[in-house]
Write a protein that binds this ligand. Structure first.
Ligand code: NAD
Length: 363
């Protein structure tokens, strides 16, 4: 019997509805071949929810998301200089919806793949001798602990202002993301690079110790440790060496942006945020691109690749996920490009046509 997949969709704002429609198109086609039935329930979030309900996310929408097996999102937000949404207090702006759903769903592991497609190597800002080796990196960032969530305050001592931020991790927080990291490495090239600053920070020394403990359960996965400053250099010097990069919140924030930049194409970058079950929220790394909304020119590939991640990590449908990734590669090889990744000699296509072309190539 065909398996049905309960998916909550958040089309969101700007180009969100256009790119989510293409991801659904590709998922539906993949389901026909790989024998699953996606069952979608749409919810509002961000600006669309503010307009309809007065808040960026309702409790009812949260409950709908919780009742699904996974959430597929476009993106939310508007033009931050012009949209009336940004005249509202911060807790009622579109982005507050995103923070609220991440919290409600207890998403603690953020995954951002940085993959260089050989057809798009020209967009890579690295030297050709480096980019020609290609790279396929999964940056795995802890999302709910560390410096961004520690106690903070600003005081004045003897007329001098002083600010204090605290970086705290307990072993359980480290263990749960390390387990995810090793599980994911098992689905890839079986290598984990754990990134820390263990030569200085106690939190990093605990991180390293706990990662070593977890590694004992994964003898088939190679573990190496790297200091964060070295990792920042290695990402531009020799990105081909990495498979899964496992790191804490702030280091991951910075390294994941660096890794995306070296691919050179924002419209291609997928992402996932996972909790400690199979549940995840999948979304492109880019924003809602209000400047091109409704024009049928957005690149839907980041969202389509996010849907592939959803099949792989929430539904264990690795074959179907591979098929989507291969179809994306085939479309690029056949010379089709949306405007953002266009180069001379290629055929320029719109958002909807790109979705059709990928769906047609699912095998
Ligand atoms: P953006 O990523 O939306 O756009 C940056 C530039 O890249 C724009 O020129 C845009 O046209 C282009 N671009 C982005 N995605 C594209 C795609 N798929 N195809 C073709 N071109 C694409 O970033 P921004 O302009 O800084 O932000 C716009 C809004 O998105 C803001 O409200 C911001 O808060 C929001 N945002 C939301 C998320 C999210 O939902 N997770 C993430 C980032 C930004």
């Amino acid at each position: 019997m065909e398996k049905s997949l309960k998916i909550t969709c958040i089309p969101g704002d700007g180009i969100g509805p256009e790119i989510v429609a293409e991801a659904k198109k590709v998922l539906n086609r993949t389901g026909e071949i790989y024998e699953f039935i996606p069952v979608y329930t749409d919810i509002l979030m961000g600006g669309a929810s503010i307009d309809a309900c007065g808040v960026p996310l309702t409790q009812e929408a949260i409950e709908t998301a919780k009742s699904a097996d996974a959430v597929l999102m476009g993106s939310i937000g508007g033009d931050t200089t012009k949209s009336p949404w940004y005249k509202l207090p911060p807790n009622l702006r579109p982005e507050a919806g995103l923070l609220a759903i991440r919290k409600a769903l207890n998403l603690f592991a953020n995954l951002r793949p940085a993959l260089l497609y050989s057809e798009l190597a020209g967009a890579c800002p690295l030297k050709e001798e480096i980019s020609s080796r290609g790279f396929d990196i999964m940056i795995m960032r802890e999302l709910t602990g560390g410096l961004y969530f520690g106690e903070r305050r600003t005081v004045e001592e003897n007329g001098v202002r002083k600010a204090i931020d605290t970086l705290t991790y307990d072993e359980n927080e480290i263990r749960r993301i390390a387990v995810k990291g090793f599980d994911i490495a098992r689905k890839r090239k079986k290598k984990v690079t754990s990134v820390d600053k263990a030569n200085v920070l106690d939190s990093s020394r605990l991180w390293r110790a706990v990662v070593e403990e977890v590694a004992k359960d994964y003898p088939d996965v190679t573990l190496e440790h790297m200091l964060v400053d070295n990792c920042a250099m290695q990402l531009v010097k020799d990105p081909a060496q990495f498979d899964v990069v496992l790191t804490e919140n702030m280091f991951g924030d910075i390294l994941s942006d660096e890794a995306s930049m070296i691919t050179g194409s924002i419209g291609m970058l997928a992402s996932a945020s996972l909790n400690d079950t199979k549940f995840g929220l999948y979304e492109p790394s880019h924003g809602s691109a209000p400047d091109i909304a409704g024009m049928d020119i957005a690149n839907p590939i980041a969202t389509i690749l996010s849907a592939a991640m959803m099949l792989r990590f929430s539904f264990d449908l690795d074959g179907a996920a591979d098929a989507i990734e291969e179809a994306v590669k085939a479309v690029l090889k056949d010379g089709f490009r949306t405007g953002d990744i266009y180069s001379q000699g290629c055929e320029k296509v719109g958002c909807s046509r790109m979705g059709d072309l990928i769906a047609e190539r699912i095998r």
